[in-house]
Design a protein around this ligand. Structure first.
Ligand SMILES: NC(=O)c1ccc[n+]([C@@H]2O[C@H](COP(=O)([O-])OP(=O)(O)OC[C@H]3O[C@@H](n4cnc5c(N)ncnc54)[C@H](O)[C@@H]3O)[C@@H](O)[C@H]2O)c1
Length: 382
């Protein structure tokens, strides 16, 4: 049987092509790359591509997300993995510092954890690196003068915005609704809070599955866009009163609050796809005085029964539904393959010294975006 790690590796068609190229060209020969990313099957494909390009890799995972099977797989293939799964921030901090103690030539960072600590104890010879996330960009941007190294932010690429946030998040949130509830969507009234890249994909996927989708957004331009895209755009309270399914994906806190409980219909499903588990105030809803009983959180669902007899179902305790609950798979392999192709091409450019020294915490260069887009299109053209 194909393991999930092997299935993912063979489905990452861009990384497979680049990996074969790197085996010949060896862009990282003699270099050490330090990283602190989620260690799971998709990132294993990324790490192995860099290793085939000649890099020595020193890696640790992220808080709460490291998968032991992936750690074992990487260690068996010569990757220096520090630590294992942990939810202890102090232990995790120690692992990150061990990565930095190897004084890598390049850093592949996630959330700014490595570059921020590098500044506490810099070493000579760091060439620069990449940052995967928006939150990492926000953390590192004020440190530009001190960092003074080429650092390319992957999430700011338009490819990430449309391939992952719009297409992949939309699809995986829809998949997660089916996976967790096993309920239909046809004819159901679905309310999507937030019409950014992610919300657009979520709204489209539920409409494509015959849901009656209403969009709620605080930004009038987004409301206009949703209207022109053919969605119902409604006042939030009116939308909540009708909703069979509510999905929050705004990046803001306190979208659904205990005060909304009286508005909700019997049998409604509440689900969050935004980064913060605080988009839905789960603790506030569970502890509301109108809530008579709450079921155990089995299989990713909890049912709150109100004193007037309504059942309100909360998915995955308000955590990102596509990354929580039973057998979460996250975003599609293809969308991650695109993002990781950007990663390896950016690291290659820095290793080869083709990125300007003043590219400190900036988006992926347009030439790399175009090269990755062309490679993907060539692959799909067959
Ligand atoms: N689940 C995943 O796999 C996944 C993947 C990528 C991003 N995300 C997260 O999804 C969230 C949204 O990301 P995005 O790229 O779409 O962001 P975005 O900034 O493009 O869009 C967010 C939208 O929410 C709206 N909004 C803000 N406050 C609101 C409120 N109180 N009520 C209604 N609308 C409100 C904004 O006006 C904006 O249009 C973020 O938290 C992001 O980190 C999740």
């Amino acid at each position: 049987m194909t393991s999930r790690i092997e299935w993912v590796a063979q489905s990452c068609r861009l990384l497979t092509t680049i990996s074969d190229e790197f085996a010949e060209t060896q862009p990282f020969a003699g270099l050490t790359i330090g990283t602190g990313i989620h260690l799971e099957p998709k990132t294993a494909a990324l790490v192995m591509t860099l290793a085939r390009g000649g890099a020595r890799i020193v890696a640790t995972g992220n808080l709460n997300t490291t998968q032991q099977e992936t750690v074992d797989y990487l260690r068996d293939r010569g990757i220096d993995v520090i630590g294992g799964p942990t939810s202890d921030p102090v232990e995790h901090d120690g692992h990150l510092r061990e990565v930095l103690a190897a004084e890598p030539d390049l850093l592949l960072d996630n959330g700014g954890d490595l570059f921020a600590r590098y500044l506490e104890k810099p070493w000579a010879g760091l060439m620069g690196g990449t940052e995967e996330t928006t939150s990492g960009r926000a953390r590192l941007a004020p440190l530009r003068d001190q960092l003074n190294l080429p650092i390319l932010v992957i999430n700011d690429s338009p490819i990430k915005q449309f391939a992952e946030n719009r297409h992949a998040v939309g699809q995986s949130v829809f998949e997660s609704y089916l996976r967790i509830t096993n309920r239909s969507t046809g004819g159901k009234r679905v309310v999507v809070f937030g019409y950014g890249s992610c919300g657009q994909g979520v709204a489209a996927n539920f409409r494509n599955a015959y849901g009656l989708v209403t969009v709620v957004d605080v930004d009038p331009l987004k409301r206009l866009e949703a209207n022109l895209d053919g969605f119902d755009v409604s006042d939030r309270d009116a939308a909540l009163r009708r909703a069979d399914i509510v999905i929050t994906v705004t990046g803001a806190r306190d979208i659904l609050l205990p005060g909304d409980l009286p508005l909700l219909k019997d049998d409604v499903v509440l689900m969050n796809a935004g980064h913060f588990p605080q988009e839905i105030d789960a603790a506030g809803l569970l502890g509301h005085t109108d809530v008579e009983s709450v079921t155990d959180a089995t299989e990713g669902l909890q049912t709150l029964r109100t004193r007037d007899g309504r059942r309100i179902h909360l998915a995955t305790g308000g955590h990102m539904a596509n990354l929580a609950g039973p057998r979460p798979l996250g975003n599609s392999i293809e969308s991650m393959d695109l993002g990781f192709a950007l990663q390896v091409r950016c690291l290659e450019a820095i290793a080869r010294g083709t990125v300007a020294a003043n590219s400190v915490v900036v988006p992926v260069p347009r030439t790399i975006d175009e090269a990755v887009a062309n490679s993907y299109l060539e692959l799909v053209a067959g």
